[in-house]
Ligand binder design. Sequence first.
Ligand SMILES: O=P(O)(O)OC[C@H]1O[C@](O)(COP(=O)(O)O)[C@@H](O)[C@@H]1O
Length: 337
Amino acid sequence: MAQQKISLTRYLVEQQRADGLIPGQLRLLLEVVARACKSISQAVNKGALGGVLGTAESENVQGEIQKKLDIIANEVLIEANEWGGHLAAMASEEMDSIYVVPNRYPQGEYLLMFDPLDGSSNIDVNVSIGTIFSVLKKPDDHPGVQEGDFLQAGTQQVAAGYCIYGPQTTLVLTVGNGVAMFTLDREQGSFVLTQEDIQIPADTKEFAINMSNMRHWDEPMKRYIDECLAGKEGPRGKDFNMRWIASMVADVHRILMRGGVFMYPWDKREPEKAGKLRLMYEANPMSWLVEQAGGAATNGKQRILDLQPTKLHERVSVMLGSRNEVERLTQYHAEKA
Ligand SMILES: O=P(O)(O)OC[C@H]1O[C@](O)(COP(=O)(O)O)[C@@H](O)[C@@H]1O
């Protein structure tokens, strides 16, 4: 008898029933986010046929020229999530400040942060991109909502995930009970469970970093990569392979599937920036997924999920993936501290 297909809705309902792990409101919120990702997947899939490729005439808060699809994805997520009554506010890589749910809609108890379309440099060249999201509880010790309510450590996340738009559209999710993966069944129009309890191997022979930045790295980073490149003749005694898709969502997805270590370290030219990637809606959700799959995530000095955010669009140095490699990177940085 064919294995029964478990839909995302059924999976979340069973999680809710089983461990009472996820309250009803959070389950409904995650279903709305998944529906929004399905719409974004259709827009991305259309590409030039839908006239959605290319840049828009605007810049985001990071000073980056926005792609048309960045804006479309952002609007799809806002419109899908603002009326459901699950959220108090949202924050996005593409918006300077927080978006408070208009009071014509019921105010919910959750806060949603997202990178509507990660991997912007790949949007127009048909390489995998994705949506990354993170959910927090709104502090209930004061009425209303403000930007400060979002500045919670990654350990406070109640859900995190991404949806990758590649050869398949795949949603990867955690609510604190391991990592599950759902593939979009385009015929049915629904996400179907295709893998549960994903585990990242503790060891790996594969690293991911933008090598063209090597001259800007600090000593521990250079030492780690030099040793990987030295291969089995070198101190690591094994050959390493390199991969760099330049879409964090795609590089991390590969690591969840077969192991590896992803690094976007801070850059000596801009020490004040502490890195390129954003803590709240890139590093925190990806770090929690990786940890829930048995991996680890550090900024070189500290576990990323323990970092206390100070700004909404704060950047951070990121090293995550197979546990033993991340521990080696932490050790090399500690030796230099
Ligand atoms: O262009 P680079 O330096 O290789 O950086 C690629 C990194 O930047 C990002 O594209 C940043 O994210 P956005 O595309 O959302 O701005 C990551 O997805 C990726 O890992």
